[in-house]
Design a protein around this ligand. Structure first.
Ligand code: FE2
Length: 206
């Protein structure tokens, strides 16, 4: 498995291209904005997108779903509990500010513990409600894409509609902290970390 990080939009969302080096099949995780930054990376690596994966439905993670899907005609996958966020985009002023377009509807819903195949790469879906009800992460070999659930030194905010503090704490403690310490965590914003480092030092989880 290989991946590429592209930081997009005013909220500096981490968009990841996760790909199989043998087939060059690629999943686009959270194309939040600035498709014109994403397209050249796809072209430069000669990747073949086969799906868009959203860790959750917030605007800054889905704002370029439309552009990726229109260009590559690929399916959109998100957890069912976050489907309302795709339909219910914010005001036009905010979408202009965030360079967000309304997302197409999902083609299929992600389920907890299912395996997503990208060429020879397997990603396991982990449902981690709390930041939103349908927040998920994707576990690859030694690497976890956590969306806005777990950050380097932080946890996702739960003060937005659908947020649930107790649920995010439970998701992190009972699901993510069960992963091996050495698993590298790539969040929806900011720099990478590891499960072990967050267990030891994340101030919200001591
Ligand atoms: Fe979010």
């Amino acid at each position: 498995m290989k991946y590429e990080l592209i930081i997009v939009g005013a909220l500096e969302t981490n968009c990841y291209l996760v790909y199989c080096k043998d087939t060059l099949s690629c999943a686009v995780i959270d194309p939040g904005a600035e498709p014109d930054k994403i397209f050249p990376v796809i072209a430069g690596l000669k990747l073949k997108p086969i799906m868009v994966l959203n860790t959750h439905g917030h605007t800054d993670h889905v704002g370029a779903n439309r552009d990726i899907i229109d260009r590559f005609h690929v399916p959109l996958l998100i957890h069912a509990a976050d489907e309302p966020w795709l339909k219910n985009m914010m005001s036009s002023e905010l979408s202009l500010l965030l360079d967000s377009k309304e997302s197409p509807p999902p083609d299929r819903f992600l389920k907890d513990r299912e395996t997503i195949r990208i060429g020879t790469v397997c990603l396991k879906v982990i449902h981690t409600p709390g930041h939103t009800p349908g927040s998920v992460g994707f576990l690859g070999p030694g690497i976890y894409f956590s969306g806005d659930t777990l950050f380097n030194g932080g946890v996702g905010r739960t003060d937005l509609p659908g947020g649930d503090y107790d649920a995010i704490m439970k998701s992190i403690k009972t699901k993510l902290f069960m992963l091996p310490n050495e698993v590298k965590v790539h969040s929806g914003h900011g720099i990478a970390t590891t499960i072990g480092y967050e267990k030891r030092s994340n101030p919200f989880l001591q």
